[in-house]
Design a protein around this ligand. Structure first.
Ligand SMILES: *Cc1c(COP(=O)(O)O)cnc(C)c1O
Length: 314
């Protein structure tokens, strides 16, 4: 297997992120709940996309890109963080966002306006239209450009979470379960592959906050990331467990998610967001209440960020 160091990577964040025990939540749920503080990755308002961008923007720089395109919904944390990271590296970000969700200058849109980011909205539900538009705009600009897919979720971006699993192992606590949100898939795929390689015995739970076919997306991304790493592992359907936590729809708050946000805020003073982490933590709470964990289990919740979305008025 190739080492992570053999891939170009830029330092954008602060790692390792802390692992903390959530004492009050552990008591309330009757299990040992820990949080991996990837809301503290150290760029923008933190979040999971920083780990992916360390690999993706290193690749962009290596290719001599002057412009970096990415996409997502109007309140995409990924798009905002890509703009922050690209700007920091001296490349010009251009965001071509789906005209879906809160487009006003609130939440992540407000942060983009503070950075002076160029944002274009496209009234489409199909990302293929957006990638075609990136090529059209890129060719017109006539400078080398780099396209980052929605969520940074390709094999290279997923390496950020394969290496996160190695980081978790280094931090010394043995976990029986890892729980994360699944939105575009790269985080979960990376973590599931990483757990296979570095955290034997840990079950990985993906809390789906969108309706895409993650049963196909996740193993496909895991296989691509394993190929990139030249890791000799067979990806199996039981390498991860998916749970539907989407509720009324992507980026539409759910009652269960809102309850989980209040629980985390009031008991632990940590803020989850309504689109990803609130729904993902609600999935953990549901499994605990259903008795799916043993009393002695150590459960690690990945706090993947999302603070910008809290102020979008969802
Ligand atoms: C993007 C995002 C996720 C989901 O990660 P994917 O790799 O897209 O599945 C989870 N939490 C937050 C806060 C995010 O911004």
């Amino acid at each position: 297997m190739r080492s992570f160091d053999s891939f170009p990577r830029v330092s954008l964040g602060v790692f390792p992120t802390p692992i903390q025990k959530l004492k009050n939540i552990s008591e309330a749920l009757g299990i040992n709940v820990y949080v991996k503080r990837d809301d503290l990755t150290g760029l923008g308002l933190g979040g999971n996309k920083v780990r992916k961008l360390e690999y993706l923007l290193a690749d962009a720089a290596r290719q001599g890109a002057r412009v970096v395109f990415t996409t997502g919904g109007a309140q995409s944390n990924h798009a905002m963080l890509t703009a922050a990271a690209a700007g920091k590296m001296g490349m010009k970000p251009i965001l071509i966002l789906k005209k879906r969700g809160v487009t006003e200058l609130l939440g992540n849109r407000l942060l983009e306006s503070l950075m002076g980011t160029e944002v274009v909205f496209m009234d489409t539900d199909d990302y293929a239209d957006i990638y075609a538009e990136m090529d059209r705009v890129g060719r017109k600009l006539g400078v080398p450009y780099y396209k980052i897919p929605c969520g940074g979720s390709n094999a290279l971006g997923s390496l950020g979470y394969v290496s996160c699993a190695a980081e978790i192992r280094e931090q010394g606590i043995r976990f029986d379960h890892l729980v994360c949100a699944e939105g575009s898939g790269g985080t979960m795929a990376g973590l599931a592959l990483g757990a296979k390689l570095f955290l034997p015995g840990a079950r990985v739970h993906g809390m789906m906050v969108d309706t895409d076919p993650f049963d196909k997306i996740t193993p496909a991304l895991m296989r691509e990331a394993a190929a990139l790493l030249e890791a000799d592992v067979a990806v199996n359907p039981d390498d991860f467990i998916l749970h539907d936590m989407c509720g009324p729809g992507y980026a539409r708050p759910s009652a269960e998610g809102n309850e989980a946000i209040s629980m985390m805020a009031s008991l632990e003073g940590l803020f989850l967001d309504p689109v990803y982490t609130g729904k993902a933590f609600a999935g953990l709470v549901r499994l605990a209440r259903e008795g799916q964990f043993r009393k002695t289990d150590n459960v690690l919740f990945l706090h993947s960020g999302g603070a910008g979305g809290l102020f979008a008025g969802l």
